[in-house]
Design a protein around this ligand. Structure first.
Ligand SMILES: NC(=O)c1ccc[n+]([C@@H]2O[C@H](COP(=O)([O-])OP(=O)(O)OC[C@H]3O[C@@H](n4cnc5c(N)ncnc54)[C@H](OP(=O)(O)O)[C@@H]3O)[C@@H](O)[C@H]2O)c1
Length: 275
């Protein structure tokens, strides 16, 4: 296994939207030559913008998958069935198909592809757009160890990657990290509003909110300390922090956040059953 298997891989992306653009940036930054990457994107303006990174534009999906040993499905979930039907006759039998489409199960993907086609389902999140994403992968039945390493390397160009072998965990992943950026944006907005309510100018309040969330998360990660221990360290007896924490606890913030994540989890399970 080479250190970076992408260097020897001809890959293509079906769909050249937001997530595909993020992946292309990640790939180029990690040293992959644009002429190894084919992209099929129907919107001419988007397609033209992608050429700046040196990738090869394909006239259509069939040309994109021909001679590609790694095929990334980066279209909206509703378009996945028609794209798979279109590319199926032209896929190399050993080409690895990596889907980033939310809610499309491995069963669904495998049933629409030729028997034995290796497929990986993945769930990235939007911070991938700046190389700070988290992605969880789940390999289908026919994926080899080098192919799994290839997919981990691909998604690793836009953030951190973990692999799970139990696909049912992907609904929880969707609920926590897939939808999670929206929870954090809402919290950031509310913290900034709180600062404004205390008389801070908006830009100062937003800057403080962003960097407090960022720095606090980094402190948990770097120290490896339990969040509760770090919380206790900033909570002096009779002080400001404990006064705020009491308000948050009385409002049921822990239960609310847990219920939010489990509501997203239920919804993901429902959508998966319908896919
Ligand atoms: N963005 C996220 O937060 C996120 C997170 C995790 C997973 N995902 C998944 O990533 C996938 C892509 O999301 P995105 O945000 O990148 O969507 P997007 O920006 O809409 O990109 C999809 C692109 O595919 C193109 N397309 C449509 N039909 C096509 C076809 N038949 N063949 C080739 N290309 C086609 C679209 O072109 P037109 O616009 O002309 O239709 C569009 O440019 C989705 O399945 C989504 O579930 C997204």
């Amino acid at each position: 296994m080479t250190a970076n298997p992408l260097l020897e891989t001809n890959l293509c992306l079906i769909g050249g939207g937001n997530m595909a653009t993020a992946l292309i940036q990640g790939l180029i930054q990690s040293g992959i030559k644009g002429n190894r990457i084919r992209v099929s994107e129907p919107d001419p303006v988007r397609a033209q913008a992608l050429t700046a990174s040196g990738v090869i534009l394909s006239a259509d999906n069939l040309h994109a998958v021909k001679d590609s040993s790694l095929v990334v499905i980066a279209v909206k979930p509703g378009v996945v069935p028609s794209v798979l039907a279109e590319i199926t006759p032209h896929l190399h039998p050993s080409a690895l198909v990596v889907s980033i489409a939310a809610g499309i199960t491995l069963d669904n993907l495998q049933q629409r592809l030729p028997p034995g086609q290796p497929v990986i389902r993945s769930m990235p999140n939007t911070p991938a757009l700046i190389g700070e994403g988290v992605t969880v992968l789940c390999p289908g039945t026919h994926v080899t160890a080098p192919q799994l390493h290839l997919a981990e390397t691909l998604l690793g160009t836009v953030g951190d990657v973990r692999t799970v072998m139990d696909e049912s965990l992907i609904d929880g992943v969707t609920a926590l990290s897939g939808s999670g950026p929206a929870y954090v944006y809402l919290i950031l907005e509310a913290l900034s509003d709180g600062g404004v309510a205390c008389g801070l100018p908006r830009d100062l309040a937003t800057w403080l909110a962003i960097n407090t969330v960022k720095g606090s998360a980094a402190l948990v990660q770097e120290t490896g300390q339990h969040p509760g221990v770090l919380k206790n360290q900033v909570t002096s007896p009779g002080g400001t922090t404990i006064a705020a924490l009491q308000v948050l606890e009385e409002a049921g913030i822990r239960g609310t956040l847990m219920r939010a994540v489990t509501a997203a989890w239920q919804r993901s399970r429902e959508l998966g059953r319908k896919s």
